[in-house]
Design a binder for this molecule. Sequence first.
Ligand code: ADP
Ligand code: MG
Length: 450
Amino acid sequence: MEQTAPSGMDLPGLWNRCLEAARPSIPPTSFSSWLQVSCFEALEDDRFIVRFPNAFMARWTMTQYGEILQGSLRELSGIPGISLQCVGDPAPPASPGPEAQPRQNQTSIRSNYLHPSYTFDRFVAGPSNELAHAGARAVAMNPGSPSYNPLFIYGGVGLGKTHLIQGIAHEVRRLHPDKRFVYVSSEQFLHLFVTSLGRQNVDEFRRIYRDVDLLLMDDVQSLGGKAQTQEELFHRFNDLYQTGRQIVFTSDRLPGEIPGLEERLVSRFQSGLVADIQPPDYETRMAILDLKVRDEGEFFPAEVLDFIASTIRSNVRQLEGAVHRLAASSRINGTPIDLALAKRVLSDAFGSASQKLSAGVITAAVAEAFSVAPAQLRGKQRRRDILVPRQVAMFLIRELTETSLVEIGRFFSGRDHSTVLNAIDRVRQLSSEDASLRRRILDLRTRLSG
Ligand code: ADP
Ligand code: MG
């Protein structure tokens, strides 16, 4: 039985997967305020050491969730003897004099929050994230330059926002070791602020954000509706901004679309460079897979990579997850990674992602492109202006999903499978004669398969 971690195992990634496995058993606010701020530190013998921002958080996590986390760790690492150890520095004294807390110490506490592999050299740039990536690099190179201050990066879940903002922190540390930064999630900011209010030591809270050269704040959408914390952020922002310090925010949506966000913050957020991250295109997905596969040290045939990149289109975290799962299941079963394994593992794990392109979604897109109602496409009418788009929808569903002819027929008001087959033939024939129909189908297909 194996007692030590296989070399090359992605240990920070292993910890993230443990957290994900435990997430359903933990209240969401505890999860984001307490657990998500932890990071893997070291594996010493069989002790898997995870660091928290302070000793209190480490102890609390061990008593509340130690058992769950320990269980996932054993299971996911495949090392039965592994034991979890949560560590954190003791909290500073309640009200230290000005000289009681050397700056050195503060910097090292902050740096614990960074994921070691969220660096720029491990970020794949492509058309979907070009501006955000260029902005982040420029900020790291030259913090505080007015043309991109603040930098506001927004985009959907799992598209690399945290990676990029932490990339700035890593790069600043490398290029400008004298510059001080704070990386903080908005949840943490809120949590620390509210705690400091309760303990009546807001000044101590503010000291963290004073005199820093960069404030890097992740996930600001979670401050929506939190009026008092927004007010605090507004003042921290102004103090820093007016003295030419760099501020970077990330969010899952545009400033103006964050519900319950004060107008004056919306306008502050928008006053610099606003850059979006879109889901990666196929080439970028393949490049990301290439990078992640190299970490695993297993051989992934090209057709498997193509299959993953074609199945998982809208979330990079899931792309990574697919690679991990495949490698793990090939190790467990002692079988090589091939298409059959990939299909099995991915449909178990990412059923919802691969089904995202469903008959319904495709029908809606076709209906829109032909200016008819989706219900008409699914209905019984046989008018030509409805018949052709209906046939196109059937054709695309067959092409782009795993749906069977029988299921497609059922979806369209219980038609039988030979009708579907005829429809598909008909579309092939029509599109070979009619260039404009052919182009419309091609456009739809590109749009749908992202
Ligand atoms: P978000 O904060 O937008 O939800 P993350 O930054 O946490 O997303 O990214 C999710 C995962 O995907 C991380 O492990 C990250 O390293 C990876 N990732 C995202 N985008 C890229 C990219 N362009 N290149 C390499 N890895 C990426
Ligand atoms: Mg994030």
